[in-house]
Write a protein that binds this ligand. Structure first.
Ligand SMILES: Cc1cc2nc3c(=O)[nH]c(=O)nc-3n(C[C@H](O)[C@H](O)[C@H](O)COP(=O)(O)OP(=O)(O)OC[C@H]3O[C@@H](n4cnc5c(N)ncnc54)[C@H](O)[C@@H]3O)c2cc1C
Length: 486
C-alpha cells in the first residue's frame, strides 16, 4: 500500500531503492539534503519527501502563509522560506559562519562537538573551512564569514538522481506524523485530496524553522497518545534582527590600520557596490558579560567616494557632527571616506512567550496555518545600542571617524527588522527536560523512539551567525548518530 504513492507523485527520479531500514527525511532544504548525503556515505538508504516541486511555483508557496502577531518581523513571512526542492537555499544569501563557543551556553553540546563536522559541512556548502577572528581590543574582535554559492536543489539534483541510496519524491507534503506511545509508525502524505502512507525505521523532520513546529503541533493534535502533550512545541521561537543602526564617516587609513587583519573580507557586502569595504566587528565574551548584552556583529561598511566631491563630504560631516566638522575636514584632507553605514545582525534571546501556534485558518490540505506571536525584548535593543555607543567611543578615541546612532535605539517604539527576520530559530529547542525543551541532545523528540527534528528550530540560542552552517554541521552529526543505531 505504501508504495502506491509513487504512482501519483510527480517523481522524476526512479523510486526503486527500497530498504526496510530506510530513513524518511521530510524536507529537501539544506538540512534534509545534507543528512541524506551523509547517510549515503554510510550506505544508509533515505527517502526525502518534498512538499514542493523541482521548481518554484506560487501555488506551493501559498502553503507558507503565516500570520505574525506582535512586533514587526518581515514584510511578508510567506517569502522568508521557499517550499520547493532545495528549500530556502533557493534564494538565501549564502553567508556562513560558525557559532561562537559562548553561543552554546544553553545547548547540551559545545562548539567542539560540532568541530569534527567543520570540514565536511564546508565541502557541502562549497566554502573554505575558515571562520577565524582577530581580537582588536578587550571589547571587540573582527570576525570572518564565508559566502556559499550553493543552492541545494541545483547543486545536488544530479547527484541524487544517480544515487543508489537517496530517493526523493516531490509534491509529497507530510500532513500528519502518526504513531502511538512514542513510536512513530508512518507518515500521512496528501496528494490530490487522497491520503497515502509511508513508513521507515526512523523519521527526520527537516522542514524549516516554522514548519517543524507547525507539523509537530498538528500531529500532536491529530494523535492523542503519541506526542507528549507537555512538550513546549512552538515556544521559544526567535530570529536574528537585522537593521541599519547608524551612519558615520571613517578615516579609511586609520580604520584599516586599527582593524588590521588578514581574514577573508566581504566583497560587495549587502550588494552596496564593489567600492565598499566592510569590517565585521563582534563583541568579545568579556564585553558581552560586562555589559550584560547578547551576541552581535556590526558591519561597518565604508563607501569609497574618492573624496572628489567636496560638497558630499561637507554634507555628511554637517549632518553627523556639525560642531566638529570644520576642524575634522582640515585634518583628514583627502584621506576621508564619507558615508559609512553601520548595520547589524544580532542575537535575540529565546522568550517562552514568542511562539508558533496553529491558526483557525486551514491550508489547502486541511492543515492549520501557523500564527507567530513575536515581541522583541529590551535586551535586544540594548545590545544594538551598547555596541554602537562603544564603537562610537572607539571611533573618537582612535580618531577613526565619527558615528551617528539611529534614534530608534533610544525610544521604546517597535522597529522594522529590515532585511532581518529571515532566520527562523527555536520552536523545537534542544534541552534536557520535557518541561523546557522539545528535543534531546541527539535531536530526538523527547519521549519518542524514532522521530528526530533537524534545523535551526532546535537551537536553544542562536548567536549572531547565520544559521545554515550550523544546520549542516548538525545534519552530519545526526548521520553519525543514526548510523550507530542501524
Ligand atoms: C532571503 C533569505 C536569505 C537568507 N540568507 C541566509 C544566509 O546568508 N546565510 C544563512 O546561513 N542562512 C540564510 N537564510 C536562512 C536559510 O535559508 C535557512 O537557514 C535554511 O534554508 C534552512 O534550511 P532547512 O533545510 O532547515 O529549511 P528550508 O531550507 O526551509 O527547507 C525546508 C524544506 O522542507 C520542505 N517542506 C516544508 N513543509 C513540508 C511538508 N509538510 N512535507 C514535506 N516537505 C516540506 C520545503 O519545501 C523545503 O524544501 C536566508 C533565508 C532567507 C529567506
Amino acid at each position: 500500500m505504501q508504495y502506491r504513492i509513487e504512482m501519483f507523485f510527480n517523481n522524476i527520479y526512479k523510486y526503486s531503492k527500497k530498504s526496510p531500514k530506510r530513513i524518511i527525511i521530510i524536507g529537501s532544504g539544506p538540512a534534509g539534503i545534507s543528512l541524506a548525503l551523509e547517510l549515503e556515505k554510510r550506505k544508509i538508504h533515505s527517502i526525502i519527501l518534498e512538499a514542493g516541486n523541482l521548481e518554484y511555483n506560487e501555488e506551493s508557496q501559498k502553503f507558507y502563509h503565516a500570520k505574525v502577531i506582535g512586533d514587526h518581523l518581515v514584510d511578508d513571512i510567506k517569502y522568508s522560506r521557499l517550499r520547493m526542492f532545495g528549500g530556502t537555499s533557493g534564494h538565501w544569501g549564502g553567508t556562513c559562519r560558525t557559532l561562537d563557543s559562548y553561543d552554546f551556553n544553553s545547548w547540551l553540546i559545545e562548539k567542539k562537538d560540532l568541530q569534527p563536522y567543520l570540514k565536511i559541512a564546508s565541502e557541502i556548502l562549497n566554502i573554505k573551512p575558515l571562520f577565524r577572528e582577530k581580537k582588536i581590543n578587550d571589547d571587540f574582535k573582527i570576525v570572518e564569514f564565508q559566502t556559499s554559492n550553493v543552492k541545494f536543489g541545483e547543486k545536488y539534483k544530479n547527484h541524487i538522481d544517480k544515487s543508489n541510496y537517496i530517493d526523493i519524491i516531490f509534491n509529497s507534503p507530510v500532513t500528519n506524523i502518526i504513531g502511538k506511545e512514542g513510536l512513530t509508525e508512518k507518515l500521512e502524505v496528501k496528494f490530490e485530496n487522497q491520503k497515502y502512507y509511508i513508513s521507515g525505521s526512523k523519521y527526520v523532520l527537516a522542514t524549516g524553522g516554522i514548519e517543524n513546529s507547525r507539523i509537530l503541533l498538528w500531529s500532536r493534535e491529530m494523535n492523542k497518545n503519541f506526542i507528549d502533550k507537555n512538550l513546549p512545541i512552538g515556544n521559544n521561537w526567535y530570529t536574528h534582527p537585522y537593521h541599519i543602526l547608524g551612519k558615520g564617516f571613517t578615516n579609511y587609513k586609520t580604520a584599516t590600520e586599527y582593524f588590521k587583519h588578514n581574514l577573508i573580507e566581504f566583497e560587495n557586502a549587502f550588494g552596496w557596490g564593489k567600492d565598499t569595504k566592510t569590517f565585521n566587528v563582534s563583541p568579545t565574551r568579556k564585553f558581552i558579560k560586562d555589559k550584560q548584552i547578547l551576541n552581535s556583529c556590526i558591519f561597518i561598511t565604508t563607501f569609497d567616494r574618492k573624496n572628489n566631491n567636496l560638497k558630499n563630504i561637507v554634507k555628511n560631516l554637517l549632518c553627523i557632527a556639525p560642531q566638529i566638522s570644520h576642524n575634522l575636514l582640515k585634518k583628514f584632507e583627502k584621506k576621508i571616506f564619507c558615508g559609512t553605514t553601520f548595520s547589524s545582525s544580532w542575537e535575540q534571546n529565546p522568550n517562552f512567550q514568542n511562539k508558533i501556534r496553529l491558526s483557525n485558518e486551514l491550508d489547502g490540505l486541511g492543515v492549520p496555518f501557523a500564527n507567530i506571536y513575536y515581541k522583541k525584548d529590551d535586551i535586544v535593543r540594548k545590545t544594538a545600542r551598547v555596541m554602537m555607543e562603544e564603537l562610537g567611543k572607539l571611533y573618537v578615541n582612535k580618531n577613526i571617524g565619527r558615528v551617528s546612532i539611529d534614534e530608534f535605539l533610544y525610544n521604546n517604539m517597535d522597529y522594522k527588522t529590515d532585511g532581518g527576520g529571515q532566520h527562523h530559530l527555536g520552536g523545537t529547542i534542544m534541552g534536557s527536560s520535557n518541561a523546557n525543551s522539545v528535543v534531546d541532545v541527539d535531536l530526538k523528540l523527547h519521549s519518542n523512539k524514532n522521530l528526530f527534528v533537524l534545523g535551526s528550530s532546535v537551537y536553544p540560542s542562536g548567536g549572531h551567525a547565520n544559521p545554515t552552517f550550523t544546520i549542516v554541521q548538525l545534519a552530519c552529526r545526526l548521520a553519525d548518530k543514526i548510523s550507530t543505531e542501524i
